[in-house]
Ligand binder design. Structure first.
Ligand code: NI
Length: 174
């Protein structure tokens, strides 16, 4: 395994539509997924999409979120993921992106989604995700379509740098 460079906003690969994985058992794909997991962990991320490491394939990795909202150590990989909202409820929540370092912003996302795709062995996966995990998945699947969270923001005034936003939220120093 190896840590791969994470490309940043401005690289055309982040705006390209990724291609479906044709052969889930391709050894190069297993290598890619292992590298994505290692790269995400090294960058302290909770999710990563293949285009962020300059691969044009529809693959994502993420950490499922434990009950108390903390990221678990487990990492899931999914190929050709597809999402459907399970109801109309949307929630505003803070997001950042490893390809857009330091910035954070409020993004509306569906609170409950159904997820389908293929696991590393090529088996069909079906599951539901809620809350922050649903948010991560919507963010990562967007990357496969060349969409970044900035495109989804409805209030650009909420965009800012992490420490500044934290200071403002906590009252900060005037
Ligand atoms: Ni991202």
């Amino acid at each position: 395994m190896a840590i791969r460079p994470i490309i940043r906003l401005g690289d055309p690969m982040l705006r390209a539509v990724a291609a479906p994985v044709a052969d889930p058992t391709d050894p190069a794909l297993a290598h890619l997924l292992a590298d994505m997991a290692e790269t995400m962990q090294a960058a302290n991320g909770v999710g990563l999409a293949a285009p962020q490491v300059a691969s044009g394939l529809r693959a994502i990795v993420w950490r499922p979120i434990a009950v108390r909202g903390e990221a678990s150590d487990q990492i899931i990989a999914l190929l050709n993921p597809e999402l459907v909202p399970l109801d109309d409820t949307r929630e505003l929540g803070v997001e950042g992106c490893l390809s857009i370092p330091e910035l954070r912003g409020l993004v509306p996302r569906f609170a409950r989604v159904g997820l389908t795709g293929l696991d590393r062995a090529g088996n069909r996966v079906e599951r539901e995700a809620l809350g922050f995990e649903a948010r991560i998945l919507q963010h990562e699947v967007d990357h496969l379509d060349g969409v970044v969270y900035l495109d989804r923001m409805t209030d650009m005034a909420s965009l800012g740098y992490g420490p500044e936003l934290d200071a403002a939220r906590d009252g900060g120093t005037l």
